[in-house]
Design a protein around this ligand. Structure first.
Ligand SMILES: Nc1nc2c(ncn2[C@@H]2O[C@H](COP(=O)(O)OP(=O)(O)OP(=O)(O)O)[C@@H](O)[C@H]2O)c(=O)[nH]1
Ligand SMILES: [Mg+2]
Length: 301
């Protein structure tokens, strides 16, 4: 870098309702999967930092749990994590879902305003999932969202297809303050392989179970070792559930469910590591762990 050239860096916190597409956007910006994505709301439970580096800038892009009215201990922690990310932000990125009908959108209005009220930095609004709306619908949607607040910018995007994401990044980069390069240019995240492996296992559980089961589940990595001889990672993980009946569901008939979770998670863990992985899963009942702050800390919340 030229010595007289300025360098820009800062934190962009992505906030929004559960299921808005925050994690999909993070992965899209990084062009790799570091955050898990499922069709279920409240998938993300932690703050996940993506690192994007340009010629003279570095953006720390924070994926956060979806904001919602939380009652249970774990959900309150999730909302706290999102609000703390917002407090650190140089730019806030509010992600709105363009696929809502008019009624749902109106219901969100007060929530959007309440979140924005707590923000001390510029707020950019990205209107996501525009691939699900027609061209004719798009303009009125942009107008509706623009009227909510004097946003620094309003950008229609599809995190899924990537449309508009370059333009969005340009808007965000142009608002970064001067600052140093915090991380090596080729580092995509500060999440550990251990954490991402646990998340990938959790994603497969979310994709295969229903009702309260995914929300009563967490994954702890017990051991993450190398088998140098075989050139393999050997991972032991425990899936926590809250009740015996949930343990039965996760194991499935003759272990079929657990086997399917293990197989699909191992495949993605291998893709992440770039080498073979042996995955061993155990299911353990920890009554009401979602109310247990010590376990929540162990889960990085
Ligand atoms: N059609 C369409 N679907 C999308 C888009 N972005 C995300 N999705 C889908 O929306 C669902 C939720 O995506 P996530 O990225 O997990 O949403 P999130 O905001 O991180 O959700 P939480 O972590 O639960 O707060 C998934 O099924 C995604 O595939 C998009 O641009 N278009
Ligand atoms: Mg998410």
């Amino acid at each position: 870098m030229n010595e007289i050239e300025s360098y820009y860096s800062g934190v962009v916190a992505v906030i929004g309702a559960p299921n808005a597409g925050k994690s999909t956007l993070l992965n899209r910006c990084l062009e790799q999967k570091i955050a898990i994505v499922t069709p279920l709301p409240q998938t993300t439970r932690n703050r996940i930092q993506g690192i994007l580096t340009g010629d003279n800038w570095q953006m720390l892009l924070l994926d956060t749990p979806g904001l919602h009215k939380a009652k249970e201990t774990m959900n309150k922690e999730m909302v706290r994590i999102a609000m703390e990310a917002l407090n650190e932000a140089d730019v806030a990125l509010l992600l709105a879902d363009a696929s809502y009908d008019a009624r749902r959108r109106e219901k969100r209005r007060e929530e959007y305003l309440a979140w924005i009220e707590q923000v001390r930095c510029p707020v950019v609004l990205a209107l996501n999932k525009t691939d699900l709306v027609s061209r004719e619908q798009l303009l009125p949607l942009i107008e509706w969202h623009s009227a909510l607040h004097p946003f620094a910018a309003v950008v229609p995007i599809s995190a899924l297809s990537g449309e508009g994401v370059k333009e969005l990044l340009r808007e965000l980069v142009s608002r970064l303050p001067e600052g140093p390069q915090y991380y090596p240019a080729d580092m995509p995240t500060d999440s550990t392989e251990r954490f991402i492996a646990a998340e990938l296992i959790r994603e497969k559980i979310f994709l295969r179970t229903q009702q309260e089961v995914p929300y009563s589940t967490a994954v702890l990595i017990d051991a993450f070792q190398e088998d140098a001889e075989k050139g393999q990672a050997v991972i032991h993980a425990t899936i926590l559930v809250e009740r015996d009946s949930q343990k039965g569901i996760l194991i499935g008939k003759k272990g079929a469910m657990l086997g399917s979770i293990r197989k699909s998670a191992a495949k993605e863990i291998e893709e992440m590591l770039g080498r073979k992985a042996q995955l061993h899963l155990f299911v353990k009942v920890r009554k009401d762990w979602t109310e247990n702050t010590q376990i929540l800390r162990e889960l990085g919340m």
